[in-house]
Design a protein around this ligand. Structure first.
Ligand SMILES: *Cc1c(COP(=O)(O)O)cnc(C)c1O
Length: 312
């Protein structure tokens, strides 16, 4: 991991100094919420993809867990940009995390301090560069996505990743890149850290939020891009077997971007490589983040343009 400065409780500190105590609440009870955000080196300069939506979700996740974050949305946005600038990176992954610090080690964490850190590092394609073109091989996990009203699925919480890690480890040990979780009633939910889309006869389907999926910001972007390209997108429960007869399947997520799936449980999907709808969506997505074209207002440029920085 690169040793860039980390924004820790209000200021940038050297990488080595961003430490916590082993008796911090988060270490014992998984009491953290976090985000994964990408900064792209666009043709118009480094820009963060949907920074506001990510920081808003971070604050929403914290609120669900009754964590009072001592920073505003605007302060968190500025902190992320400051951390990127301090790293000198043109493209990076940004990891804000809010967690319960040291205090009581009882179950009730209400009196423990809420701490905030933002780290950045260099990160390529999550499932591999080749995966973006060739697609990945996945399995349906034996683990389910959490049931409604157990762990809140709308929060991007560290605790949820105990479940995600079981899914991912099982998949990798079985020789797959990723696992697809079903909801407790047996419908397709999502990957361990990616939302899932299915294409059949030119129509695009994805699971509704009622199936305890994480409301992905890339999922939202892809739905918008697909509709603007003229596709019909339907959010409805997808039965497991619909995966096996899909024309195309793909994952979306900040880390995974738009990654085609070429097989599920050793059923070949479509032609066993990236399909045309997936490719069209990738093209639309990468045009925004590579060219820096921003028709939706999704980019926050890291360096303030000269004209704009001149004070009036
Ligand atoms: C973070 C995450 C995603 C992807 O969300 P994005 O906002 O697109 O990055 C999907 N599923 C789960 C379970 C996640 O934690």
């Amino acid at each position: 991991m690169d040793r860039h400065p980390i924004w820790f409780n209000g200021k940038l500190v050297p990488f080595e100094e961003a430490k916590i105590h082993v008796l911090s609440h988060v270490v014992h009870y998984g009491s953290s919420v976090f985000e994964g955000i990408r900064c792209y080196n666009t043709a118009r300069g480094p820009a963060v993809f949907r920074l506001r939506e990510h920081m808003r979700r971070l604050l929403d996740s914290a609120r669900i867990y009754r964590m009072e974050v001592p920073y505003t949305l605007e302060e968190l946005e500025a902190a992320a940009l400051e951390t990127i600038r301090a790293s000198g990176l043109k493209a990076c992954y940004i990891r804000p995390v809010v967690f319960r610090g040291m205090g009581s080690l009882g179950v009730n964490p209400l009196k423990n301090p809420v701490e905030v850190a933002i780290a950045v590092w260099d990160w390529g394609a999550y499932l591999g560069d080749e995966a973006l073109e060739q697609g990945v091989d996945v399995q349906v996990s034996t683990w389910n996505r959490m049931a409604p009203n157990t762990l809140p699925a709308m929060a991007k919480a560290g605790a949820n990743y105990a479940n995600a890690a079981l899914v991912k480890m099982e998949a990798v040990l079985n020789g797959y890149s990723e696992g697809i979780m079903l909801s407790v009633d047996g419908y397709v939910a999502e990957g361990s850290g990616e939302n899932l889309f299915l294409v059949r006869d030119g129509v695009i389907y994805t699971a509704p939020l009622t199936l305890s999926i994480l409301p992905g910001i890339t999922r939202d972007a892809v739905i918008t891009l697909a509709r603007d390209l003229g596709y019909t997108v339907i959010e409805q429960p997808i039965p497991r077997e619909a995966l096996y007869i899909a024309d195309e399947l793909f994952f979306t997520g900040t880390a995974a971007e738009i990654t085609p799936i070429r097989s599920v449980d050793r059923y070949t999907i479509g032609q066993g490589r990236r399909g045309p709808v997936t490719e069209a969506l990738q093209r639309a997505f990468f045009e925004i983040v590579r060219e820096g074209k921003d028709p939706y207002g999704w980019l926050t440029f890291v360096e303030v343009p000269r004209e704009a920085s001149v004070s009036s």
